[in-house]
Write a protein that binds this ligand. Structure first.
Ligand SMILES: O=C(O)CCC(=O)C(=O)O
Ligand SMILES: [Fe+2]
Length: 333
């Protein structure tokens, strides 16, 4: 099965409508897709992004030209992946294989554990990156640069989803904002090579609690699977410059069920350790979530009132009739 691929470069120019339709269909029918992006497409699409990018570049001594170059993004991703792998080898691997999770594998009592080793970085509203034990300065810097780009991508995606849903383009962002804006965080994970993968899952099946999830995953070792039409679909390792994206429970609620959060899991693997860096664009903990009023059917009207309206609109489209009913809500007798 071919996983939908959204090319962000196509969001400018003549293929925009086609790409927007592809994105909408991926959100409605799959709940996940892959994105081909470049720093250039991010920079072109979003004014906000441009401001942040400039700030970020200035902060890290990058020049404008380098960021415009498609290759920079790719090499940053490669750098992040390779530094995370060394960090695992040096700081996490030995502990993992000595841990209770690993020792329980022998006794076959693993149904309630996940064969993974992780750390979580929060970015917004507050960063905790300096508190994470043993992160090298290089890894810290690379992660911060990478994440700054992902924040732009997440916001851009939230706007595109709003546009496809017929909402104001900042609807998701506003809904996810508590006092201090949406929450963003990154889970850095390695699923260590597993001698008995049939005994345990890398990560048991679940849907994600939050909003939009952007995943940079291993380019060699597979493991991620999504449920689609009752069947588990294997997501192949990500080659080149692709990011894998899925939507969580809050997007399902906000979109009134249009964009469903899909069930997924990570299989443990016998042949190699799998890297995954998942960035979450989530509501703040004090954000109040509800389905977008525009996406709700009219409610609380009498059928008698409906019929009165119907009498004059029977041969017209039903959608404007529904909108009129919503405006009448509370005013009907
Ligand atoms: O590691 C992955 O590929 C997926 C991780 C995931 O589903 C999660 O952390 O919620
Ligand atoms: Fe997940």
């Amino acid at each position: 099965m071919e996983i939908p691929m959204i090319d962000f470069g196509e969001l400018r120019g003549e293929n925009r409508n086609k790409t927007m339709s592809l994105l909408h269909a991926a959100c409605e029918n799959w709940g996940f897709f892959q994105a081909r992006i470049s720093a250039f497409s991010l920079y072109c699409e979003s004014n906000l992004g441009l401001a942040m990018l400039t700030e970020e570049m200035t902060g890290h001594g990058l020049t404008f030209l380098q960021i415009e170059n498609h290759g920079v993004d790719k090499s940053l991703m490669e750098k992040v992946k390779s530094l995370v792998k060394s960090h695992y080898e040096q700081n996490l691997k030995a502990n993992f294989y000595e841990s209770e999770i690993a020792s329980q594998l022998v006794t076959g009592r693993n149904s309630k554990t996940d064969w993974e080793t992780t750390f979580f970085i929060s970015h917004q509203p507050n960063s905790n990156i300096t508190e994470i034990p043993s992160l090298s300065k290089d890894l810290c810097t690379a992660l911060e640069e990478y994440i700054a780009q992902l924040i732009m991508l997440a916001e851009q995606l939230s706007e595109l989803m709003c546009e496809n849903l017929g909402l104001d383009k900042d609807h998701i962002k506003k809904s996810f904002s508590g006092e201090r804006g949406p929450s963003m965080g990154t889970k850095v994970a390695i699923y260590p090579q597993c001698p008995q993968p049939e005994q345990v899952r890398g990560l048991r099946e679940h849907t994600d609690a939050g909003g939009i999830i952007l995943l940079l995953q291993d380019d060699q070792v597979p493991g991620l699977e999504f449920l689609k039409d009752g069947k588990w679909v294997q997501i192949p390792p990500s080659k080149n410059n692709t990011i894998f994206i899925n939507t969580g429970d809050q997007v399902e609620i906000l979109s009134n069920g249009r964009y469903k959060s899909a069930l997924h899991r990570v299989m443990a693997e016998r042949n190699g350790s799998r890297l995954s860096i998942a960035t979450f664009y989530n509501p703040a903990s004090d954000a109040v979530i509800s389905p977008a009023p525009k996406l709700l059917y009219p409610n609380q009207f009498t059928f008698g009132d409906y019929l009165k309206l119907y009498a004059t609109t029977k041969f017209l489209e039903k959608e404007p009739r529904f909108e009129t009913l919503k405006k009448m809500a509370g005013t009907v007798a």
